[in-house]
Design a protein around this ligand. Structure first.
Ligand code: PGA
Length: 252
C-alpha cells in the first residue's frame, strides 16, 4: 500500500520572527512545485502567526511543537490546542523526546495532550523513541510499546486514523548519528504491527515518520524502507536548501 509521504521540519527553539519569516519564505519558494508529498513546519510559538501568514495558499502546513491539555484557565505559560488552531496550525507535535527528557513529559501527560489535540481538531505527530541506554539494554521495543500504548490506547478509531507517529531514537537526535535503514525499519515495522492489533485498516494507512539526524544524503535510503513514510527533521530544516534537499532527494 502506498502512503503519501510527509516531511516535517521541527525548528525547536530557533528563530526570531524575522528569522522564521525569512526561512519560511525561502522554504516556500524552493518547495513550491512539490505536489507528491505533504510538507509541514513547526516554528516556535512566537513565530507561528507570522509563519502561518507567509504560508497562506501554499503547499506547506504549520504545526505547533507542543500543547497543553487544558483549553483555557489559570495555567501560566501554557498554550492550548484552540490557541494553536487560531494561529493557523493544522498539526501539533506531541511527546517529542526533548519534552520527555527536559520538560517532564510522562506517559500520562502525553496521553492527555493527545486527547486535547484531537479535541481541538489538530492532527497529532506523536513522537516515540528510546535512549541509547535503553537500546543497549535491549529495551527498545518495550519502551516504544509503552510510549505508543499511552498515546494511542484511549483514542477512538476515528481519531486514531488522524494520527502520525514519529520514531525518533534519542541517540540519533541532533547527534549526526543516524539510525541505519534496517534499525529504523525494524522499529517502524514493530510500530505498525502494534497499531494493527488496535485496527488493521488504520495500521495500513497510518504514516510513520523517522526522525534523528535526517539529511539530504541519508533521507532517500531511509524513505525507501517499507514502513517509513516520511521524516521529522530538526537541524536540517533550519536551512531552506537543506530541507528542500531532503524533500527533493527522497526518491533517491
Ligand atoms: P535532528 O532532530 O534532525 O536535528 O536530529 C530531529 C528532531 O528532534 O525532531
Amino acid at each position: 500500500m502506498k502512503r503519501r509521504q510527509l516531511i516535517a521540519g521541527n525548528w525547536k527553539l530557533n528563530g526570531t520572527i524575522k528569522e522564521a519569516t525569512e526561512l519560511v519564505r525561502e522554504t516556500r519558494r524552493l518547495l513550491a512545485q512539490v505536489r507528491d508529498c505533504d510538507l509541514v513546519v513547526a516554528p516556535p510559538y512566537t513565530a507561528l502567526h507570522a509563519v502561518a501568514h507567509q504560508l497562506e495558499d501554499s503547499n506547506i502546513e504549520v504545526a505547533g511543537q507542543d500543547l497543553y491539555w487544558e483549553d483555557k484557565g489559570a495555567f501560566t505559560g501554557a498554550v492550548s490546542g484552540p490557541l494553536l488552531k487560531e494561529l493557523g496550525c493544522k498539526w501539533v507535535l506531541i511527546g517529542h523526546s526533548e519534552r520527555r527528557q527536559l520538560f517532564g513529559e510522562t506517559l500520562e501527560s502525553s496521553a492527555l495532550r493527545m486527547k486535547a489535540a484531537l479535541r481541538a481538531g489538530l492532527l497529532p505527530i506523536f513522537c516515540v523513541g528510546e535512549t541509547l541506554g535503553e537500546r543497549q539494554a535491549n529495551k527498545t521495543l518495550d519502551v516504544i510499546a509503552a510510549q505508543l500504548d499511552a498515546g494511542l490506547n484511549s483514542v477512538s478509531k476515528e481519531d486514531l486514523a488522524k494520527v502520525v507517529v514519529a520514531y525518533e531514537p534519542v541517540w540519533a537526535i541532533g547527534t549526526g548519528v543516524v539510525a541505519t535503514p534496517a534499525q529504523a525499519q525494524e522499529v517502524h515495522a514493530y510500530i505498525r504491527e502494534r497499531v494493527r492489533s488496535k485496527d488493521s485498516g488504520i495500521a495500513q494507512t497510518m504514516r510513520l515518520l523517522y526522525g534523528g539526524s535526517v539529511k539530504a544524503d541519508n533521507a532517500a535510503e531511509l524513505l525507501h524502507q517499507a514502513d517509513i513514510d516520511g521524516a521529522l527533521v530538526g537541524g536540517a530544516s533550519l536551512k531552506a536548501d537543506s530541507f528542500a534537499g531532503i524533500v527533493k532527494g527522497r526518491q533517491g
